[in-house]
Ligand binder design. Structure first.
Ligand code: GTP
Ligand code: MG
Length: 417
């Protein structure tokens, strides 16, 4: 672990609890890329310094301090504007690595991306972030990203060359991503008739663990922020009706998730918008679970998925042994589901709840399937619960339990000449 310092501004509208949460979160985020935040400095200001974000005097003080401590990395608890970044860099005479919150998250995404798609998405977001901030000193990122931008010294001319190269790279990645997007659209079409459930939540809430427990799929689970950067969809059979649903796990959210990251992960996150049901997974043991819920709501709004039907599920209940938290949550969220994925507590209740929602509009129908249409049987079994089947002399008589839409679809298929 490399020792480092974190600087956070406190502005008149800042909430101290929130700032403290953010500081703790920055420490966890930094750990993910092997940095230990050993010193935290805050500065109260009326407003952001237009040229250097924090005051110049404060920066000088910090530089003195870290030179004694032999620290060479400064984390900033915010996204720095390009001119802030450049001016701070100047004050440090290029000797100190400056990592703002956005760049930190980009680094974690870069480290954890596993598929071609997620790697391309992170690269796109990173290049777009770098473009206006080029100063010729992207040493840390360059090492990780295999040489982007390492094309020479810090001179203005070199920066222009770098910009041109980056612009070309951005164009290529966008083309690559749009190909992947087309493929995904085709996949989506083939799944359009199945009930879709999306697990969403703050990073590390236990979404992948839940997907694993409910579907049996060996999802990647780690006590780490942003372990998952891809959407994984698995079929799950509901216990009573035996209906199949599609359950998806995707990238976790975090407060101030960089906008260009959300934009480049648009296709990955689009599963959420298409979901018939969103399960919001909350880590009940997180001190700031209310902040996590607010972040989920804001992100869903940003993704235009906030109007989808949803349920709130509190996970990691095994870690809670004080009644006060439970009472508070029960009152505030109207007795929500509380589960432990790890200890497999109340998972049946969750499945039951999902099943209730899936079958909410189901009604009984009866149809007669002529033998010359008997090839439709598989289709009907997929769409509806078959309560009874009688093979008559002239046709197959079926008692169905399904929603009206699927009933009409089945009828249409039978009636087609
Ligand atoms: N104590 C406890 N730990 C849990 C529970 N569910 C998940 N965890 C742990 O929480 C950590 C994060 O779990 P993941 O399933 O990877 O969480 P995630 O929401 O997919 O996280 P990201 O993909 O990083 O956004 C792991 O160490 C899990 O073992 C639970 O019910 N109780
Ligand atoms: Mg995960």
């Amino acid at each position: 672990m490399t020792d480092s310092i974190l600087v956070s501004l406190i502005l008149p509208d800042s909430n101290t609890d929130e700032i403290n949460e953010e500081i703790e979160e920055m420490k966890l985020l930094a750990q993910t890329i092997n940095y230990n935040i050993s010193v935290v400095e805050t500065q109260k200001r009326i407003s952001i310094d237009p040229s250097t974000y924090i005051g110049k005097g404060k920066i000088k003080g910090i530089l003195d301090k870290i030179s004694i401590l032999d620290i060479k990395t400064i984390f900033i608890n915010d996204e720095l504007k390009p001119n802030h970044y450049k001016n701070i860099k100047k004050l440090t005479k290029d000797k100190i690595e400056i990592i703002d919150r956005t760049y930190l998250i980009l680094n974690i995404f870069n480290k954890n991306a596993k598929t071609n798609e997620s790697r391309a998405q992170v690269k796109l977001a990173t290049l777009e972030y770098m473009m206006p901030r080029l100063t010729g000193m992207w040493t840390h990122l360059e090492r990780q990203m295999g040489g982007i931008g390492t094309r020479g010294g810090p001179g203005e001319k070199q920066i222009e060359i770098d910009r041109r190269i980056i612009r070309n790279d951005i164009k290529k990645i966008k083309q690559q991503l749009s190909k992947i997007e087309k493929h995904r659209d085709n996949q989506k079409k083939s799944r359009s008739t199945v009930f879709k459930v999306s697990l969403v939540g703050y990073t590390n809430a236990g979404k992948s663990s839940l997907l694993k427990k409910l579907s049996g799929y060996n999802a990647y689970i780690k006590d780490q922020l942003f372990a998952t950067l891809e959407t994984t969809t698995k079929r799950v059979k509901l216990p009573e009706s035996k209906q199949e649903i599609l359950l998806s796990d995707t990238v976790g959210f975090i407060r101030k998730l960089p906008h260009n990251l959300v934009a480049s992960f648009r296709t990955t996150l689009s599963e959420i918008k298409d979901a018939d049901l969103i399960i919001k997974v909350i880590d009940i043991s997180a001190k700031d679970y209310e902040g996590h819920i607010a972040t989920i709501e804001n992100t869903l709004k940003y993704l235009e998925a906030h109007t989808r039907p949803s349920i709130l599920v509190f996970n990691k209940i095994d870690l809670i042994n004080n009644k006060t938290t439970l009472n508070k949550i029960n009152t505030k969220y109207n007795n929500p589901l509380k589960i432990s994925t790890l200890r497999e507590l109340m998972l049946d209740d969750l499945m039951e709840k999902i099943e209730d929602i899936v079958t909410k509009d189901y009604k009984k129908y009866s149809i007669n399937l002529p033998y010359d249409k008997s090839y439709l049987i598989d289709y009907i079994y997929k769409k509806a619960i078959i309560r009874q089947r009688v093979d008559n002399y002239e046709n197959i008589q079926l008692e169905l339990f399904c929603n009206k839409k699927d009933y009409s679809k089945i009828l249409n298929k039978i009636e087609v000449k």
